[in-house]
Design a binder for this molecule. Structure first.
Ligand SMILES: [Zn+2]
Length: 127
């Protein structure tokens, strides 16, 4: 499986392992964010500052709920899973997780814990 050696060179979904396209600008109801959506139903937001402020998380949550702010903000913590991918610029590689005080750029991934419905998969048009 030759892809193993290149695994950390590309951004891949921490939930299903699919490689991801580079994040793109997404129009939100309030401003813009940068991120994308995986085929497995996960969404991610790119946080260049690496500080993982609440903003990136809120954006990701809204994307996860297809732009529905009410659903996103009323979602319980057990309704989704969170994973962080850190981009180590110096080493040109992506690693799962993040160290405290690490200011590397990060990708915050969220995925619903409940089975992803077909409806969810058909909603990526907002992003
Ligand atoms: Zn995925």
């Amino acid at each position: 499986m030759p892809y193993i050696s290149d695994r950390n060179r590309m951004l891949s979904c921490p939930f299903c392992g699919r490689s991801q396209e580079m994040p793109r600008q997404i129009d939100m109801r309030f401003g813009q964010t940068t991120g994308g959506r995986c085929e497995c139903g996960a969404v991610y937001v790119y946080d260049e500052s690496g500080r993982m402020l609440g903003e990136a998380f809120n954006d990701a949550l809204v994307l996860l709920y297809g732009g529905d702010y009410d659903a996103a903000y009323s979602a319980g913590e057990d309704e989704y899973e969170e994973e962080i991918i850190t981009y180590q610029k110096r080493l040109h590689r992506y690693v799962q997780g993040s160290a405290p005080f690490d200011r590397s750029a990060k990708y915050l991934f969220l995925k619903k814990t409940s089975p992803v419905s077909e409806k969810d998969k058909q909603r990526p048009k907002i992003i």
